[in-house]
Design a protein around this ligand. Structure first.
Ligand code: F3S
Ligand code: F3S
Length: 113
């Protein structure tokens, strides 16, 4: 899978969303998250991010390694204000932007990158 790492937090340019052929880039309150089971590894999102927040999982810099698990956690754990995890919605557009983030991203200071 591809992963959105820390530079996206509080930036949320969203250029990546328009490139994704399977609509698997979901919007939270402070960051976007790639669904690891829905991403088909096409790589179209990676070059368009102006802050270079997107990496193939094997290329994720060590300092941002936690974002691999964290992108998955956006879907596998119940976010604040929701009773159940998102699971596999099968498309971000129909879900729309959510106000919530993962524990990792919520806990970051403002403009951490
Ligand atoms: Fe974030 Fe870059 Fe996409 S800033 S929303 S990963 S284009
Ligand atoms: Fe979409 Fe990027 Fe994966 S464009 S399919 S999230 S590699």
């Amino acid at each position: 899978t591809y992963v959105i790492a820390l530079p996206c937090v509080d930036v949320k340019d969203r250029a990546c969303v328009d490139e994704c052929p399977v609509d698997c880039i979901y919007e939270g309150g402070r960051s976007l998250y790639i669904h690891p089971d829905e991403c088909v590894d096409c790589g179209a999102c990676e070059p368009v991010c102006p802050v270079e927040a997107i990496f193939y999982e094997d290329d994720l810099p060590d300092r941002w390694a936690a974002h691999l698990e964290d992108n998955a956690a956006f879907f596998t754990t119940a976010l604040p204000g929701r009773a159940a995890p998102l699971g596999s919605p099968g498309g971000a557009a129909k879900l729309g932007p959510l106000a919530a983030d993962t524990v990792l991203v919520s806990g970051l200071s403002e403009h951490p990158a």
